[in-house]
Design a protein around this ligand. Structure first.
Ligand code: ATR
Length: 284
């Protein structure tokens, strides 16, 4: 880490909780490797303090912040400007302070795309994808996939109505992608799974070791890939199931790294040194 002096710049992450976040080690390693005189720290911001915390970005002249649960949607009204991608997704994970103007970005979507390419060599162009879940992470995944030419996206959620809302909004935006809505039952998902090139889990299922019903990975053909936004020290239940079926799989570590690299680029206008953030996430 940099030796702190009178010119050291400050940035960090707003979350509640925040203690589990790997972003401080990732970002500080990238700052050191790039020779940037700045430090990145965790800020435990309770929801009731979010407005004050955002005002402090300006007051303390922070370079910017990362934003995590539960603030990604709630922070939007306090910002001065929203990037188009963040507006479509309705969530911000990166704030840049441009001389007191706070601009909100969502780097989860480009981070997801980078990870798909890097970790699965997967290009969404013309592909059929089943996305599990209908929260902010689903919106990031769907906008990234549709924005890169996916032919058909099936949004499958336990509560089907939430999937329908996302499908309606996204189909207004991306006219060449077909959007379909499903729930998680075998009868609803069967055809979509057998036709899928990619299955993406955007829910928190697996975080505490819980699994989806076996028909989900069981319904995929032998040419599908599996992407689990959840990550754990070892395999997640979903990536374990994919591995048992000999399907290419990746977990959320690649997306964590790539969204962090994209945030760094927005704060400092340069790419972090290759592999530095990745090494922190894999070693921790
Ligand atoms: P995020 O913004 O991180 O995507 P979220 O908005 O809380 O998080 O969304 C969580 C998603 O995970 C939802 O789609 C939720 O399904 P419901 O809409 O039916 O609540 C899904 N989810 C969470 N726990 C689940 C479980 N045990 N089984 C199936 N889906 C689950």
């Amino acid at each position: 880490m940099t030796e702190i002096n009178g010119k050291t710049l400050l940035l960090g992450i707003f979350g509640d909780p925040v203690g589990h976040s790997l972003s401080p080690v990732m970002q500080n390693a990238a700052l050191a490797a790039a020779g940037i005189d700045a430090v990145y720290v965790p800020f435990h911001v309770k929801p009731a303090c979010l407005a004050d915390a955002v005002a402090s970005i300006r007051a303390l002249n922070l370079v910017g912040v990362s934003v995590t649960v539960p603030h990604k949607e709630l922070i939007i009204p306090y910002l001065d400007e929203l990037d188009d991608g963040a507006a479509l997704i309705g969530a911000v994970n990166t704030v840049v302070n441009r001389e007191g103007r706070l601009i909100g970005y969502n780097t989860d979507a480009p981070g997801f795309l980078t990870s798909l390419q890097r970790d699965l060599q997967f290009d969404p162009q013309g592909k059929e994808v089943v996305v599990l879940g209908a929260g902010g992470a689903c919106r990031a995944a769907v906008s990234a996939l549709a924005g890169h030419g996916a032919a058909r996206i099936v949004i499958a959620n336990r509560t089907e109505g939430k999937a329908a809302l996302i499908a309606r909004e996204m189909s207004d935006h991306f006219q060449t992608t077909e959007f379909v809505v499903a729930n998680l039952t075998q009868s609803s998902l069967k055809g979509a799974l057998s036709a899928a090139d990619l299955l993406v889990n955007t829910t928190s299922v697996g975080l505490a070791g819980e699994s989806f019903p076996g028909h989900i990975v069981g319904g995929l053909s032998g040419r599908a890939s599996v992407y689990d936004m959840v990550y754990a020290a070892s395999l997640t239940p979903l990536t374990q199931a994919a591995r048992e079926k000999n399907l290419p799989w990746a977990d959320g570590r690649g997306m964590l790294v790539a969204q962090g690299e994209e945030a760094f680029i927005r704060w400092f206008g340069l790419k972090p040194v290759d592999g530095v953030m990745h090494a922190q996430v894999v070693e921790k």
